[in-house]
Design a protein around this ligand. Structure first.
Ligand code: GLC
Length: 481
């Protein structure tokens, strides 16, 4: 199959969150299974090609019509790990200092991107079968194809799939933008096709026009059809429920592998973790003035409200009072950064705080910690909990979205030592979160065999993409029949 991913970020070139990981590692799995994958994403200023063997080559150049505007586009191409990367270059839109998103004109920037990517589909020297778009940035593409190119000989047979990674971001624009940025008729707004909350939503456009819609875990797919859990999308997703499924994300088990990871202090596997994983904790604690005999609870996360910051803080406060160590790596909301810095100021003997991001320290934390805290308010899938399990750090999660689907929670009444690979609670409440931390401390301190079993289970949990990639391929195939 010839699969084209249209994504606003993709490793190893660009990433702000899970989308960058997923677009890359899922594509890699398709290549492994014998398919051709092309990835279209913007050429951001930050991307530094010098680290990579291949240099991108300019392949195409064309203008992108957006009503009266005709911004130019150059397409650069390179092959990386057998995937064809196509970079959309327009310096006005993408060569900016700062992050990938968050500019006043993001709506226009990604309208440009979606239009440029659609035109690129016409240039590609092979027959495209599937265009797989992600989140609001690519959401309008299925609509452009169905409305503006329904009779185009190159594009009319292309099937589209939309994956929702984060339902919070709707890609809101005003009515006139349909015509002004996307060359689409405003009747699409008037008849409700792309209207949400009385604005144009590019995400809703994807939901309405893509042949299939997915999200990144089965539980989140269910949540997205409920009033409480859908962030406003339930009505439109219920209408499309026959074409909507959740497929649990996998992870890159090569990049994250305690057997070979060069950034951690000592490599380990399921046979020697008791000694060798422990050495990681000892080193990390030594470097940072913590007592290695105490259980170490870690957080590696963007510090945003989605991640359950108040629960994390309550758990951290409890743990550091009850004879545990707490370590956090991340950045985001200023109040959260202040909160954790404050915790450190009051209790530096039990706390480690790194505001910012460091891949190196993140890997060390996964390897050194006994527990990984992730009590998200909502979590379509989540990657941190899977990486933690891969490193034998037991996740403490709120059972929502992908956290529910990827963690088997320890239950002392059911005695499920043989399968549990983490801890969890249901209600978004500080009391429940603290109870969960207390349970983890209790198992660590008093039920050593159970703890060992759980770590072993975590270390042997399979989070590869194999099965989930097959599910996507089935979804693709079902559109091609
Ligand atoms: C978003 C979601 C996260 C998911 C990721 C990749 O960042 O918030 O839960 O894991 O996308 O699909």
């Amino acid at each position: 199959m010839n699969i084209v991913m249209v994504t606003s970020e993709c490793l190893p070139f660009s990433k702000t969150g899970g989308l960058g990981d997923v677009a890359y590692s899922l594509s890699k799995e398709f290549v492994k299974k014998g398919h051709n994958v092309s990835i279209i994403s913007p050429l951001y200023k930050k991307i530094n090609f010098e680290k990579f063997k291949a240099k991108p080559k300019k392949l195409y150049e064309y203008d992108v019509k957006m009503n009266w505007r005709k911004p130019s586009c150059e397409v650069y191409h390179l092959v990386h790990e057998k995937m064809d990367y196509f970079f959309i270059k327009n310096d006005y839109y993408f060569s900016r200092d700062g992050g990938l998103y968050g500019f006043y004109d993001d709506g226009e920037r990604f309208a440009y991107f979606a239009n440029a990517a659609t035109l690129l589909l016409k240039e590609l020297p092979f027959k495209v079968d599937i265009v797989h778009v992600h989140d609001w940035q690519g959401g309008m593409i299925p609509c452009i194809l169905r409305v503006n190119y329904w009779n185009d000989k190159d594009l009319k047979n292309i099937k589209t799939v939309l994956t929702i990674h984060n339902p919070l971001f709707k890609g809101y624009l005003n009515r006139d933008s349909l015509y002004d940025l996307y060359n689409l008729p405003t009747s699409l707004f008037d008849d409700g096709s792309v209207r949400l909350e009385n604005q144009v939503s590019t995400l809703k456009a994807g939901i309405k026009f893509a042949h299939k819609i997915t999200t990144v875990s089965p539980t989140h797919a269910f949540e997205l059809t409920t009033v409480e859990g859908s962030k406003g999308l339930w009505y439109d997703l219920v209408l499309r429920q026959n074409d909507f499924v959740g497929v649990l994300n996998g992870m890159d088990q090569v990049e994250f592998d305690p057997k070979h990871d060069k950034t951690i202090y000592r490599n380990y596997n399921v046979n020697n973790f008791e000694t060798n994983k422990k050495l990681n904790k000892i080193e990390f604690c030594k470097e940072n003035g913590l007592d290695p005999e105490l259980p170490l609870f870690a957080v590696v996360s963007r510090l945003t409200d989605q991640k359950g910051l108040d629960l994390i803080y309550a758990m951290a406060d409890f743990i550091t009072h009850e004879g545990g160590n707490f370590a956090v790596l991340g950045s985001g909301e200023k109040y959260a950064e202040d909160m954790f810095n404050g915790l450190y100021a009051r209790n530096s003997k039990h706390t480690y705080v790194y505001i910012g991001y460091s891949d190196d320290i993140a890997h060390k934390l996964y390897a050194s910690s006994d527990f990984f805290i992730m009590p998200s308010a909502f979590e379509p899938c989540g990657l941190g909990q899977m990486i933690a399990q891969r490193y034998g750090s037991l996740p403490l999660v709120r059972r929502t979205g992908g956290l529910k689907d990827s963690v088997i929670c320890y239950d002392s009444e059911r005695n499920n030592d043989d399968i549990a690979n983490g801890f969890g609670f249901d209600d978004y409440s500080i009391v429940e979160a603290i109870k969960c931390a207390a349970q983890a401390l209790n198992v660590y301190n008093l039920k050593k065999d159970t703890f060992k079993h759980l770590v072993k289970n975590a270390l042997t949990t399979d989070h590869s993409w194999n099965e989930s990639a097959d599910k996507y391929l089935e979804i693709y195939s079902s559109t091609l029949k």
